[in-house]
Design a protein around this ligand. Structure first.
Ligand SMILES: Cc1ncc(COP(=O)(O)O)c(C=O)c1O
Length: 433
């Protein structure tokens, strides 16, 4: 059956449409932390951050169905649900971030933020961290300096090394790392100015999620933002992965740093799977842009989407999901640290709330990335009913990012499975992606 579906998929979607695992899963149902495959196997979901409140959360499903049965229409009519939602959403940000423009995807949100930054500053140049991913539109693909064809030879984007306190650049000591990474931002500013495009801003995911959930040297981001602002640019925080309580202590991952963004982009968990995303912006930047370039998006921010978005915020608050991200997140981190004590393959364990990265290496001294083991572990876990994935420039970082109701009982399943997979001899592991 799987091979038939695979053949149809290749024929209809093309062979290169991304798919997890060599033996792909056909998932037919979801509930809370659990996914059910067509053959009846249940999998613990330790990967999906989009259904952040849990799969098919009844309160969110009810909000969606209730509003869909009443009215769904675009945003060119007055509607209280939209206003109530945006009022509640912007209330979760610094007072300066007081207006929102809704979109259907994180890519659209970043595209819009770039347009606002370029319109506001009159500059074109954007600084990004290498190996970040910000989306799939043409202007946003230019930011994918590690792997997007659009980024090659693009004059208005400069990539800087992603700030990584674990894997330092050759010859740079830990105490010099912050200065080194900030210097790269200064050099990027100089490059953009020399090219004559100026600096529109720095666009960065403050959780450094796609780069491998990196821990930057402490003062890096605030200093980098100051460098960019001195050059006339804006700070765009991409909260598409790090937002909506994922990191536990804050609603937004930028809040662990002092700098308040000029623009914040949102997506993924915002609608618990329903396509809802957006840009939060100070009115003094949003209004002039909208006056000059009418922004309208047929589907974005419709009453159904806003009812869903509101239900997501209700669930995060009423079920204390951020407190859970801290408590269960710390419990998992302690378990991962204990595994690192006994496994020579674990080079580094990083955590932000319920977001974990475990860096696998062939030797801890040299920190040589072990992509092959990473691949085996991901597949071994799947074979044992636990879904995780991998990330990072070297494909050697286990990525774990479960829905936020992840509890201790789930954590124990994950830690047992991971401990087993790290001990498993090579021949027992299932190969593939
Ligand atoms: C940090 C970040 N920004 C933006 C995006 C793009 O979002 P979307 O896929 O909704 O367009 C992604 C998607 O993976 C992301 O991880």
């Amino acid at each position: 059956m799987t091979s038939k579906l695979l053949e149809r998929r290749h024929r209809l979607l093309g062979q290169h449409a991304p798919l997890f695992y060599d033996q792909p899963l056909e998932i037919v149902a979801g509930e809370g932390l659990w996914l059910t495959a067509a053959d009846g196997t249940r999998y613990l979901d330790v990967y999906n951050n989009v259904p952040s409140c849990g799969h098919c959360h009844p309160r969110i499903v009810d909000a969606l169905a209730g509003q869909a049965a009443k009215l769904n229409v675009h945003t060119r009519y007055l509607h209280q649900t939209i206003l109530n939602y945006v009022e509640r959403l912007t209330g979760l940000f610094d007072d300066t971030l007081n207006m929102a423009m809704l979109t259907c995807s994180g890519s659209e949100a970043n595209e819009l933020a770039l347009r606002i930054a370029r319109h506001t500053t009159g500059n074109q140049g954007v600084i990004v961290t290498d190996y970040a991913y910000h989306g799939n539109t043409e202007a946003v693909a230019e930011l994918g300096t590690g792997f997007m064809p659009e980024a090659d030879g693009c004059q208005r984007v400069v990539g800087v090394p992603a700030p990584d306190a674990y894997r330092l650049p050759p010859g740079i000591a830990a105490e010099d790392a912050e200065d080194f990474y900030v210097r790269q931002v200064e050099l990027a500013v100089e490059t953009l100015q020399a090219r004559g495009v100026g600096v529109a801003g720095i666009l960065v995911c403050p959780a450094f999620a796609n780069e491998g959930l990196l821990n930057p040297p402490n003062g890096f981001l605030d200093r980098a933002v100051s460098v960019v602002r001195r050059a006339g640019g804006l700070y765009i925080a991409d909260e598409v992965q790090g937002g909506f309580g994922r990191t536990g202590h804050h609603w937004w991952s930028h809040q662990r740093f002092a700098a308040v963004p000029d623009l914040v982009t949102l997506g993924k968990p915002m609608g618990n799977g329903h396509p809802l995303a957006g840009v939060v912006v100070p009115r003094h930047l949003g209004e002039p842009f909208c006056e000059a370039a009418m922004y309208f998006n047929t589907f974005a921010g419709n009453p159904v989407s806003c009812a869903v978005g509101m239900a997501v915020l209700d669930v995060i608050e009423d079920e204390a999901l951020m407190a859970n991200a801290v408590a269960t997140g710390d419990y998992v981190k302690a378990g991962l640290d204990a595994l690192a004590e006994v496994s020579a393959s674990i080079g580094d364990v990083r955590q932000k709330g319920l977001f974990f990265a475990v860096e696998l290496v062939t030797d801890q001294e040299r920190k040589t990335p072990d992509a092959a083991l990473t691949r085996r572990v991901v597949n071994q876990l799947k074979a044992n009913g636990v879904l995780i994935s991998s990330i990072g420039k070297h494909n050697n970082v286990l990525k774990m990012r479960p829905p936020l109701p992840f509890a201790r009982e789930h954590a124990d399943i994950l830690l047992d499975a991971l401990g087993g997979a790290l001990k498993a001899p090579k021949q027992n592991a299932v190969g593939g992606g």
